[in-house]
Design a protein around this ligand. Sequence first.
Ligand code: FAD
Length: 476
Amino acid sequence: MTNSDSPIIFWFRRDLRITDNPGFHAACATGRPVVPVFLHDEGVERLGAAPKFRLGLGIAAFAAELERLGSALILRRGPALQALQSLVEEIGAGAVWWSRGYDPVSVTRDAGVKSWFKDHDVDARSFAGHLLFEPWNVKTGAGGYYKVYSPFWRAVCQQDVGPALPAPLRLAKPSHWPNSDALSSWHMDAQMNRAVPIVTRYQSPGEAAALAKLDLFISDRINDYKKNRDFPALDATSDLSEHFSLGELSPRIAWHRAQEAVRVGSAGAEHFLKELVWREFAYHLMFNSPHILDRNWRVEWDDFPWSADETNPDFVRWCRGQTGVPMVDAAMREMYVTGRMHNRARMISASYLTKHLMVHWKLGMDWFADCLTDWDPAANAMGWQWVAGSGPDAAPYFRVFNPETQAGKFDPDRAYIDRWIAQRQEHPMHTALEFFDAVPRSWGLNPGGMYLSPGVSLDSGRKRALAAYSTAFPPR
Ligand code: FAD
């Protein structure tokens, strides 16, 4: 077999889809046998409990889709380079192709894989697919990267994302399939210290589910998106984040569908495009300033007296939805049960933690990274640093959200709070009760228990934060 008709290994990562997957499309278009592979590698090892569990569901759905097309998904465990080296040798592959990742762990790992295979005469190639705009292709007039969203939005509006690619028509199989691990042997839900069946009910893994959700959003919700998207009790947003996170939906397909909606005069469509571009902006920032993931993006925050103690009782109560501030607790309980949290609720709970409780944003970010099934490294880091005030284009740090005022404005009839907080209700909703079935027994919570009063009152928390700001950043 020559290199030009040898099998291509297509290494799937956060691109678990067939449609508009440029690298996979190119591999299939060669007519050479394609061996789809997913690795439980160093990147997967680092995932938090809920993202790993959701990835397991996504892999199962994607493997079933490939089988339906007469193909298969080969699963292997181990450091990426070693696992790929073995596979290349076993099947005589002449190429290893994949869709690019942009976080520092993926960038370093992929650079090592690419250089080793190139040195050993194996065609190693990476493709776009996770984003609409490659982070290095959007540049300021001075040639740098954007640190503010609005000019970034204006810049990307000048770029063409290109047409979406159809699912490949033909998928040539290898003459024999290499061995594969059983997905069950990976125990992707092992770190979930909560009731997996409850959280599972709120997930809709797979490309078909993602496309169906996009259809529903475009037909029923996008028109009112701008008007309703801030009300957490309404089903007003797309709920596509779990799919974008694992690449079950191509952002380009969503982009074109929303552009069509703009053309037919849908009132909310442009706003939806802007949210897709917030996701792009998060990746642009992470790629160009990776320290956004673990350090204050603005160094002037380095001496700010956040509490970074994981055993801080205020932090523990926040994690468990027990702060005594209903809007914050509702948000935290929603995340614990569903694996997701409404965007407005993410902002309120993050603001409460970093401002009223003066806890370091990194602790909150890490807790989200353990609990969210739509976890995304770039969006999570940007979201936390934006709220805390330490990030680029951040909310003014001295603006402290009052969770009660926010609830009055965005949850005026307490529908969201009642959905998630059972205490003080005569007939609590099943969602509110599910929280108590989902939490670890060791938390000792039950729906008949008392609803606690806040450890720090909203007024004193606000004053404490403002005093700390004026010491850290004295007026000039
Ligand atoms: P829609 O409103 O329908 O928006 C469509 C898509 O646009 C989303 O699916 C998402 O991909 C993107 N998007 C929307 N808002 C944002 C935003 N502010 N930043 C980046 N992308 C955005 N999003 C994640 O996907 N994963 C995270 O881990 C995550 N952590 C966050 C942490 C904090 C503290 C904050 C404030 C925000 C975070 N977000 C995160 C962004 C946002 O809350 C979610 O993307 C959104 O709630 C997902 O719901 P949806 O799919 O219905 O969004």
